[in-house]
Design a protein around this ligand. Structure first.
Ligand code: FAD
Ligand code: FES
Length: 287
């Protein structure tokens, strides 16, 4: 028979996995017409314990849950930032939240970027659209221990200037001596002021000077981006072990139980969302 102590341990684990804890919204800011960023703190005063690359399951009571990547680094303090695009029911309800409101969170879940493996390496950090949200957590982490890394290059692409996320951060990174940062948009409407690159993000890769033996590339973006970016990185000589991807799949439980996020023999929620490209070999249509 199981001892009460064992049962207690099991119940505590179950609660951590399945029972949301309560957070307060500290502030809400517009990032673009479609995206808002939420600053959250735990009501019990604890830290979130996340690492860049991980996601939270966000609960809006009476509506449901959705997985959202953490967009701030734990090195920035005990709060958490989530950048959320209004896509449907849950995310529309999130966009109605005001400071002081309560929401539930489960997590952090999933694999994180392997920061220790990146130490001493040059980094090429490539994101598109909402992919800048998890990438920003990694960039902040790298900025806060800048001496641990070699050259750091940030490439970001959005559809238009209006769709560019985290404009203030990007401006800061573009003018920083510690980083290189290039931003591109697919198109600019007449009358819009734009001083960045015009064209697809893949166009930013060939001009880069990359030492394939000491570079790690990280890619986060919409599904359409991966194949082209990966091909461009391979042409630069990067092996699949040096290309890291963060992938999105439809999720329900977030903890490897329901099977909604399967990718061949892998579950995106527990084996990912962060993968090295060589881990995805033999999985067709994954990227
Ligand atoms: C690991 C992970 C991290 C994510 N991080 C972020 C983030 O940082 N910011 C953000 O805005 N969104 C993020 N998403 C996507 C977000 O989870 C979905 O937009 C959200 O679940 C939609 O919920 P909803 O109830 O608002 O929309 P629904 O009403 O459920 O659906 C609206 C539309 O969105 C589509 N959709 C739902 N879930 C996904 C998904 N996982 N991938 C693609 N399309 C989907 C539906 O098919 C439908 O067309 C992430 C998803 C995953 C799996
Ligand atoms: S979301 Fe349930 S197994 Fe991944």
């Amino acid at each position: 028979m199981e001892s009460p102590a064992n049962l207690r341990v099991r119940n505590t684990l179950t609660e951590t996995l399945y029972e949301p804890f309560i957070c307060r919204v500290l502030s809400v800011q517009d990032l673009t017409p479609a995206e808002k960023v939420f600053h959250l703190v735990r009501e019990d005063g604890q830290t979130f314990g996340h690492q860049p690359g991980q996601f939270m399951q966000v609960s809006i009571f009476g509506i449901g849950e959705a997985p959202i990547s953490v967009s701030s680094s734990p090195t920035r303090g005990s709060y958490l930032e989530l950048a959320v695009r209004k896509a449907g029911t849950l995310t529309a309800a999130m966009h109605e939240l005001r400071s002081g409101d309560a929401i539930g969170l489960r997590g952090p879940f999933g694999t994180a970027f392997d920061v220790p493996a990146m130490e001493g390496q040059d980094l090429v950090l490539i994101s598109g659209g909402c992919g800048l949200a998890p990438m920003r957590a990694l960039i902040q982490r790298v900025e806060d221990r800048r001496e641990d890394f070699g050259e750091v290059t940030i490439l970001y692409g959005a559809k238009s200037p209006d769709d560019v996320l985290y404009k203030e951060d990007l401006a800061m990174w573009r003018y920083s001596d510690a980083l290189r940062c290039h931003v591109t948009v697919d198109h600019v409407q007449g009358g819009t002021c734009w001083d960045g690159h015009l064209g697809l993000i893949t166009e930013l890769i060939p001009p880069l000077e990359v030492d394939p033996a000491r570079t790690v590339a990280v890619v986060v973006g919409p599904p359409v981006m991966y194949e082209f970016v990966v091909n461009a990185l391979r042409k630069k000589g990067l092996s699949d072990e040096r290309i890291v991807l963060s992938l999105e799949r439809h999720m329900k439980c977030g903890v490897g139980k329901c099977g909604h996020c399967t990718m061949g023999h892998l579950y995106c929620c527990v084996d990912g969302p962060v993968f090295r490209l060589d881990q995805l070999q033999n999985l067709q249509d994954v990227i």
